[in-house]
Each structure stands twice: as structure tokens, then as C-alpha cells.
Write a new protein. Structure first.
Length: 296
């Protein structure tokens, strides 16, 4: 079995940053609770659906006290993508430009200078950005500061391993990376420009995002996400709706329903994948599962 990585390098953390690109603008919640849903079929427990946030904020990782007992009740845990060594190496390799290319030449001096100024303010070494593809540089600039790399998703993964549970991914590294790799070059540059333009808002946005997540209100989360990227280009909005969410949701629903039909499973995915008509909650219901809020 590949060994887990508890501390991730910035350049290799792309797929786990999807949530942080989109969920903003909300008051801090009064009560902290993970978005947890009980899944039943024929009046028997089929498993749990958990919405995660890719953050090491102590308020978020403290939710493990709610999730650990649920892991003990299932046969397997399914995460978006298994964060083992092989996967992380694949993500890191895919983030780098081909030999002979660099971001400075792709962006031009003026654009590169704006990005470099943001990197300096964030304490990100410019050398860590220069060889990255535009989408990977955008992801790096959009990531919050962190110390341990022990995001909630990673804690769920490691707890499952400690409990002797089988852990599988609802997606492969290649499938998640394709979301970015298949972006046209011009769209990648637009995404990077957006991250540079909004970099000074990140701390406030992240705090508000954390409050939204801890409220456990998926509708609130979705409304805020769409407010955040409302002013972006139609191309980025379409990419977000189709590539980041809808297509991936359909794939995860198909695989999750097959798993739940065979064994009790805990499904842990980014919270934005849960709600809406195309989300996992409604998708599982359409496939005959009874999905209700709460673990009981």
C-alpha cells in the first residue's frame, strides 16, 4: 500500500483547493457542525455522506470528533481522491510546464510582475511558481497559509487507515487533473488573473468561508459561491459549473451508488458537491437511497 503524505507541498495540492476558489462572503456561524447525511436503503444503514472543507483550521479539523464514530460503523471510506505518495507525485508532475517553458515567458513581464508581487506578499518563493502551468500557479496563489497540511480530508483518510478500513477514491488523479489540464490556455490565464486580482481578499474570504461551512447549510454555501464568481467571465463560470461540479458529480454519484449497494461506506467529498439538483444528495436519492440530514 502507498504511504500517506501528512504534509503536502503547495505545488502538489491542486485538486484539494477547489472549494477554496469559490465559497466566500458569509457571517461566522454560531454552531459548528459538519454537513453529515445518513444514507439508508430498504430501512437499513447504507452509510454516510460527509461534506468536507480542505482546510487545517482548528475549527474545521475539530469536526473529526463527530466523524470518527461514523468511520467505525462502516466497512470502507471513499474520498474524492486517495492522498497517497503515488497520487501526490502524479499531481506534482502534472503541475509543471514542459521542459523549455516557463511562466514568465507565457505571461509576459507586466503580467508576471503582478503575479510576483502577490507571491511576495504571500511569502511564496517566486521559484516555486515560475515552472508551474498557469492553472497550478492560480491554485497555489489561492491556497490559504498552512503549517501542517493535515486538512480535514487528510484526517478522515488517516483515521480510516488507523481503524483498518479500506479507503478508495471516487476519482483517480488523472480524472481530477483533467479538470485543469483540459482547460484552454487562455482560460488558464484568465483564472490566474482572477487569483492575482483578488489575492488581497483571501484572508477575509477564507474566514467567511469557514463560517459558512461550519453552519452546515448547503443552500447558503451554494448561494455564496455563485455570488463570489458572478463577476468572472462567462467562460470561467461555465468551466466551474460544468467541469468542476456537474461532470464530476455525475461520476461520483455513479461510483458511490455502486459502492453503497454492496457495503456500508462513508463518503467524504468537498461540501460543494453535495447540494443542488446535480449534487450527490439528490443523485443518490434518484438511485433509490434515502438520504437525510444528520447521522442518526
Amino acid at each position: 500500500m502507498s504511504q500517506p503524505i501528512a504534509k503536502q507541498a503547495r505545488a502538489g495540492s491542486g485538486p484539494w483547493s477547489l472549494l477554496l476558489l469559490i465559497l466566500l462572503l458569509v457571517d461566522v456561524a454560531a454552531a459548528d457542525r459538519a454537513p453529515v447525511y445518513r444514507i439508508e436503503r430498504a430501512d437499513e444503514l447504507a452509510g454516510y455522506l460527509v461534506g468536507t472543507m480542505h482546510s487545517e483550521d482548528p475549527r474545521v479539523t475539530a469536526l473529526m470528533t463527530q466523524l470518527t464514530p461514523l468511520i467505525a460503523q462502516v466497512d470502507l471510506v471513499a474520498v474524492e481522491m486517495v492522498p497517497d505518495v503515488v497520487t501526490m507525485l502524479a499531481v506534482g508532475a502534472a503541475s509543471v510546464l514542459p521542459a523549455g517553458q516557463d511562466l514568465r515567458a507565457l505571461l509576459g513581464m507586466e503580467r508576471f510582475g503582478r503575479m510576483a508581487a502577490v507571491a511576495k506578499d504571500r511569502g511564496i518563493p517566486l521559484a516555486a511558481l515560475e515552472r508551474l502551468k498557469p492553472w497550478a500557479a492560480a491554485v497555489m496563489l489561492g491556497m490559504p497559509d498552512y503549517d501542517t497540511g493535515r486538512f480535514l480530508d487528510m484526517d478522515i483518510y488517516l483515521q480510516a487507515l488507523d481503524d483498518g478500513r479500506e479507503v478508495i477514491g471516487l476519482e483517480t488523479a488523472a480524472e481530477q487533473l483533467a479538470v485543469f489540464e483540459q482547460m484552454p490556455a487562455a482560460l488558464q490565464l484568465q483564472l490566474l488573473d482572477e487569483m492575482v486580482k483578488n489575492a488581497d481578499q483571501l484572508p477575509t474570504q477564507l474566514e467567511e468561508l469557514t463560517g459558512a461551512y461550519l453552519s452546515g447549510d448547503l443552500q447558503r454555501l451554494d448561494t455564496l459561491a455563485r455570488s463570489q464568481y458572478h463577476d468572472m467571465s462567462p467562460q470561467i463560470r461555465t468551466w466551474f459549473d460544468e467541469s468542476l461540479l456537474r461532470r464530476r458529480n455525475l461520476r461520483m454519484i455513479e461510483r458511490a451508488s455502486a459502492l453503497l449497494s454492496e457495503r456500508a461506506a462513508l463518503l467524504a467529498v468537498g461540501a460543494m458537491h453535495l447540494g443542488g439538483e446535480d449534487g450527490l444528495i439528490e443523485g443518490l436519492r434518484r438511485r433509490g437511497f434515502h438520504v437525510t440530514a444528520g447521522a442518526d
